[in-house]
Design a protein around this ligand. Sequence first.
Ligand SMILES: Cc1cc2nc3c(=O)[nH]c(=O)nc-3n(C[C@H](O)[C@H](O)[C@H](O)COP(=O)(O)OP(=O)(O)OC[C@H]3O[C@@H](n4cnc5c(N)ncnc54)[C@H](O)[C@@H]3O)c2cc1C
Length: 471
Amino acid sequence: MAYLNIPRKETYESIAEASHVPFWLDDPSRPAPEPELTENSTADLLVIGAGFTGLWTALLAKEENPSRDVLILEAGEVATGATGRNGGFMDASITHGFYNGLSRWPKELGTLLELGIANLDEIESTIKRLGIECDYRRTGDIDMATEPYQVKEMKQELEIAAPYQTNFQFLDRDQVQAVVKSPIFIAGLKRPDSALINPAHLAWGLRKICLNLGVRLYEHSPVVKLAEEKNRVIAFTQHGCVRASCVALATNAFPPLLKQLKHYVIPVYDYALVTEPLTAAQRGSIGWHGREGISDASRQFHYTRTTADGRILWGGYDAVYYWNNGFGAHLENDPASFARLAEHFFQTFPQLEGLRFSHAWGGAIDTCSRFSPFWGTAHHGKIAYVMGYTGLGVGASRFGARVILDILDSHRTERTELEMVRSKPLPFPPEPLRSLGIHLSRWSMDQADRNQGRENLWLRAMGWLGLGFDS
Ligand SMILES: Cc1cc2nc3c(=O)[nH]c(=O)nc-3n(C[C@H](O)[C@H](O)[C@H](O)COP(=O)(O)OP(=O)(O)OC[C@H]3O[C@@H](n4cnc5c(N)ncnc54)[C@H](O)[C@@H]3O)c2cc1C
């Protein structure tokens, strides 16, 4: 079913009172920030950015070597970047899905799938071992077909993935309706190796453990410049600097501190809504008692899930690139996207007409042309970075952090030998070609969704070149 994009009066009313603070961050248990950096300091390992990538890097480094002096500089507060704004879908895939991995690294796909599952298992065991309460549930994720051609595509994927022991499961109409009732869901593909979390609670849990282990954290301390000084790197903030033997750069979609990264990652804005808590009758009308993560199978897809306090999160569809890598808080509030999303919500769950949204927000996704993370170094190997998760970094960020430490410590591991880790995506062209290409891709994806999935020449050409646009 192609979604209708014209919001009704009732739809505008449903979002009129929504707060623009991300739902996960609008929480009384949000910790008070640590102080800013106000003097010069030193560290063995400096981590820049305190989202999932930075927090996992600090935690893994400290657990591996408790005497290592680890310091984090964070521009805002822990989890105020994408980490506190996402859907909380924690997938085992480190390649942005099975097909993307298969098309780019067919020879090492088996290893990549195993490493992804091991990564998710290790996150799960860390959460249990450290007692982090973050509503972690390995419920699996279901892609929902809304059109017959998508059912055919799902059956094909099931067949192609079967030799890789992915354990994907096809669900027919009755089976998907038993999961969640929506008149537009006609079949589904369940991926069992996927969990749901409250992302802010996980980030704040990691933060607390890092602090307990002796990591020094400075919030509201943006790094403005990096420079090399003999065998160290100096990171300058407005009121002090840190001299460190090595630096892990974990700044995701934010304007990069290294010039060389400007063409590899572009910020793409994704928007989400959260409803008020459902009444028992509303909940009864949709079922969804297993609290599975759900997406639809369109190219411009929605993702949806329930929260611990009985609300529904609904996001995706629009993936908006603003001219010349536009970035900033002013882009996190897009009334037109919110209205479109709300309208699509009621088309999916018409039985919930009248429900209102309590939260509506946006955040930047670090899109790269291969949709999956890439790594690199600067300043003679003293800085290592990972970015480019392209909207699937909640789980993969721990793998990203693990590889950053391998690189900084010069450890040759199974991970560092991967073609995926050693290669880089193709850079995006400069403006105005960048905007033109992205807008043409988005328009083509919309056309494909309205035309039985048939891709036009542009999308096919991009596919042949291994280039693309996704969120
Ligand atoms: C709306 C939305 C929905 C998403 N949904 C999902 C999902 O359901 N599942 C999934 O897997 N992924 C999802 N993602 C992507 C996922 O959130 C990210 O891939 C992941 O959180 C990346 O973590 P990170 O630590 O690399 O980046 P971030 O969380 O963005 O952290 C980067 C940090 O670096 C700091 N920083 C930047 N520059 C500087 C500087 N100069 N000095 C100091 N600090 C700096 C920032 O303040 C920020 O805190 C979504 C993203 C968005 C925006």
